[in-house]
Design a protein around this ligand. Structure first.
Ligand code: SF4
Length: 334
């Protein structure tokens, strides 16, 4: 008797994501790390789960607990501290929600939170406590947010965020991009995503076609903190996006133990430029509960920026900024 197999209709990236590492013991074992890290990692992962695709783990150096890529994803005992000044909503996003999943923070731009899901859980994420179930739009209930966008002619740019907007499949994105393209006052479509870096297979040919075919000018802001995140697969899909006519920008977060020297930041900017990605923002850490151990003080950040200016041409120096809850724009520093 032949076995009736149900065909797997998921795309390659969805299959790859389904094998991502979620158990601290597996990550520690694969990388041959000290098992003494495990008890705290388990406790911290109960507050904000571990999630990391295997392709990203392959870029890490085994047996090195200080690896800058590992530090971004490994739950640590330090996350359990609650120092003063750190909160669950450090940039005041909940006050900016004007329709389910729609945030109006800055003049002329609207932020559409499409999904709470990501392909990786970055330990310093300022949205690690965001109540996505309440305030992200699943596409079937996006109508209210889209109506609100259509009613406000002062809006010229829509920013798809999350979670990660590329967690939506191509079908859903194509439908959404069509609807947004039909709103005459919108000019630009911006996506904030980490998937081209942590799960490059997500950049499908169809995705590139969806972006290049839209009336809206496409901008993709990737999130890379360290040059080693730019492996061969990520470099290749960035080239595909660029060939599709997408403007590529990068935002980084300044993170203790990850990219906290001018040298590391300079190497990152050079690597970005090789991939036609413009270094756009370098953010001070948003003071989210659980991430205090990543923080560097402002004076030190300004010193790095000064050093960076001596190492690089001006167009490769990102803008150092911090976000203040309720502020009209990100505040430039230095
Ligand atoms: S990919 Fe972005 S939204 Fe998702 S956890 Fe990392 S920083 Fe947060």
């Amino acid at each position: 008797m032949t076995e009736n197999k149900i065909p797997d209709t998921r795309q390659a990236w969805q299959q790859e994501l389904s094998t991502a590492i979620t158990r601290p013991e597996e990550l520690i074992s694969i990388l041959d790390l000290d098992r003494g890290l495990l008890p705290a990692a388990r406790v911290a992962a109960r507050r904000f789960g571990l999630l990391v695709p295997r392709g990203y783990v392959a870029l890490m150096t085994p047996s090195d607990p200080q690896d800058p890529l590992l530090r971004q994803v490994l739950p640590l005992a330090e996350e359990l501290r609650s120092p003063p000044g750190f909160s669950t909503d450090p940039v005041g996003e909940r006050a900016a929600v004007c329709a389910p999943g729609l945030l109006l923070k800055y003049q002329g731009r609207a932020l559409l939170l499409l999904t709470g899901a990501c392909a990786i859980h970055c330990r310093y994420c300022f949205r690690r406590h965001f109540p996505y179930a309440e305030d992200s739009v699943q596409l079937d209930r996006a109508a209210g947010a889209i109506r609100r966008l259509a009613e406000d002619p002062s809006l010229h740019e829509v920013i798809l965020s999350g979670g990660d907007p590329l967690m939506l499949d191509d079908e859903a994105l194509a439908t959404l991009v069509d609807k947004l393209g039909a709103i005459p006052h919108l000019r630009r479509l911006r996506l904030h995503t980490r998937l081209p870096i942590v799960l490059p297979s997500r950049v499908t040919e169809r995705l590139c076609r969806i972006l290049s075919a839209s009336r809206l000018q496409p901008v993709v802001v990737v999130h890379i903190n360290h040059a080693r995140e730019l492996g061969p697969a990520a470099r290749s899909v960035l080239e595909q996006l660029r060939n599709a006519g997408v403007l590529l920008l990068n935002q980084s977060v300044l993170l203790r133990g990850v990219n906290d020297t001018a040298h590391h930041l300079a190497v990152l900017s050079e690597a970005l430029f090789e991939c036609a990605v413009v270094p756009y923002y370098l953010h001070l850490l948003d003071r989210v509960l659980g991430a205090a151990h990543f923080e560097l003080d402002e004076a030190m950040a300004v010193r790095f920026l000064d050093q960076l200016r001596t190492l690089l041409p001006g167009y490769l120096v990102p803008r150092l900024v911090k976000e203040i809850a309720g502020g009209p724009y990100k505040i430039p520093i230095g």
